[in-house]
Ligand binder design. Structure first.
Ligand code: TYD
Ligand code: MG
Length: 452
């Protein structure tokens, strides 16, 4: 009898170790190793995994990417770089309950209404539950086929028979291959199932969407394990307390990365938000100290968001510093710069920074806005509500240029803002318009003079 062997796998990144480890040497995660059975490499066991390719001169290979399939949901098409490329593998990651299944069902319904046969494979819900959901979001279409199955081999058989235009696997963590001994959801199974599905997608030119759950405790293998295998990685993010959802491309072999699409979860499914800036600014208080609007670029698209700061005298020996939606380390840096360069002594104050609406803004172009919000709250003087602030701040208090200023200013102007405070070095490439007053600054000292 063949002896079965076990190894320990990091459930975040797939690192393998012969013994249990508390900390993963590869991704530095704690307590994320699980024991899994590994099957002995059987002779010829992977023989079915092949592209059957032969070497070709590169000049003879066609570069035609073919026509992209449109989903009919503009936000998704843009995030994908203009539709779905044939034979591509797309991973959609997100926390449970964020709306991945709902979104994919809506996408499938749109494609099926165009007359193409699509296959939605679910290993999580029964056909009845999927039907109930589809009633809720009005997703009935003749060519939308639903398959409830977890066996990888059977799914591949069905795909071969049906030859659909597109396949959705909901979720990859429930899929199970009989070739492996380990349990569904383990790193081994998730990898095996994905690589077989991706191979089949590439061979037959059928695009495949893999839905992957992200859990904080790492109890099931996360989509990180698959990021390098697929062509496109989309993350669906959002806050349980807010109705909006953002889909963001982290990797895209066929389009831009960091592009975002914005949706709102309603009682009839996800609705596109074509104008996110006005959505995020809807509840902004006027003339309140500590509230500043910045223009942040997400992929190719500018979005205006409100940054709020609350600076208050601390009763603690070690003042609290909390940043939600912006990088914590950058905030600490900016506090130090404000203190040293501008003489605003924030050392003994609790500082809370929040990006309204629960969005995350990662780029350094929001530095100047964070500084302005903190200064405004500290001095208890409001910033003019029709002013947008953009710029990166350096350690000596200099204000540095940011990319694509033209686009950012245009978005501000479109939403009725009439003044922009921005880095002087950005002025070279900026076309001035009559409607927008521009204050160009080169240091934080200039900022405080221009603000109040
Ligand atoms: P779901 O797509 O099942 O999430 P996931 O597949 O990512 O786990 O979304 C479930 C959540 O969305 C659930 O909390 C209910 C909510 N929802 C709505 O608010 N409106 C709707 O029309 C639907 C279908 C779901
Ligand atoms: Mg789901």
């Amino acid at each position: 009898m063949k002896k079965s062997k076990t190894s320990f796998f990091c459930q975040h990144c797939g690192y393998m170790s012969p013994k249990w480890l508390g900390k993963c040497p590869s991704c530095n995660g704690w307590n994320c190793f699980a024991e899994e059975l590994v099957s002995e490499p059987d002779s010829g066991g992977r023989a079915h995994m092949s592209f059957d390719g032969k070497p070709l001169p590169i000049e003879e290979i066609s570069a035609d990417e073919g026509e992209r399939m449109l989903t009919g949901i503009a936000e998704i098409d843009r995030v994908l770089g203009g539709g779905i490329v044939s034979g591509s593998a797309i991973l959609i990651g997100g926390e449970p309950g964020i709306g991945k299944s709902t979104l994919m069902l809506q996408v499938m319904k749109n494609i099926a209404s165009g007359g193409s046969k699509v296959l939605y494979v679910s290993g999580e819900e029964s056909a009845h539950q999927i039907k109930l959901r589809s009633n809720r979001i009005d997703a009935a279409a003749k060519d939308l086929l639903v398959l409830v199955e977890v066996s990888l081999e059977k799914i591949l058989d069905h795909v071969k028979k049906i030859d659909p235009a597109i396949v959705v696997i909901d979720s990859i963590q429930t899929m199970y291959s009989g070739d492996l001994l380990s349990a569904p959801g383990s790193v081994g199974q998730v990898r095996e199932a994905s690589s077989r599905l991706i191979l089949s997608a590439k061979k037959n030119g059928i695009p495949v969407f893999l839905i992957g759950h992200v859990t904080k405790d790492g109890s099931i293998a996360g989509p990180k394990v698959l990021e390098h295998m697929v062509d496109t990685v989309l993350y669906f993010e959002g806050d349980a307390g807010h109705a909006y959802r953002i889909i963001r491309s982290i990797k895209n072999r066929f389009g831009p990365t960091n592009e975002i699409g914005v949706f709102e979860m309603q009682d009839k499914g996800l609705r596109e938000v074509p104008n996110p800036s006005s959505f995020f600014l809807a509840e902004r208080p006027q003339n309140a100290p500590g509230s500043v609007v910045v223009s942040s670029l997400e992929g190719t698209r500018p979005i205006l968001v409100e940054i709020q700061a609350l600076v208050s005298q601390s009763n603690l020996g070690m003042p609290r510093r909390t940043a939600i939606g912006v990088d914590h380390n950058r905030v600490s840096l900016l506090v130090a710069v404000l203190d040293r360069i501008c003489g605003l002594h924030l050392g003994g104050s609790d500082i809370f920074i929040n990006v309204a609406g629960g969005v995350r803004v990662e780029e350094p172009a929001v530095d100047l806005g964070v500084v302005a919000a903190m200064a405004s709250s500290f001095l208890d003087r409001p910033v003019d509500p029709k002013t947008v602030i953009v710029g990166e701040v350096g350690l000596t208090g200099e204000v540095r240029a940011v990319s694509q200023m033209e686009t950012r200013v245009k978005e501000a102007s479109r939403l009725g803002f009439n003044r922009c405070i921005l880095p002087k070095t950005n002025m070279v490439s900026l076309n001035r318009t009559a409607k927008m007053e521009i204050s160009a600054i080169s240091s934080l000292k200039d900022l405080l003079e221009n603000l109040f």
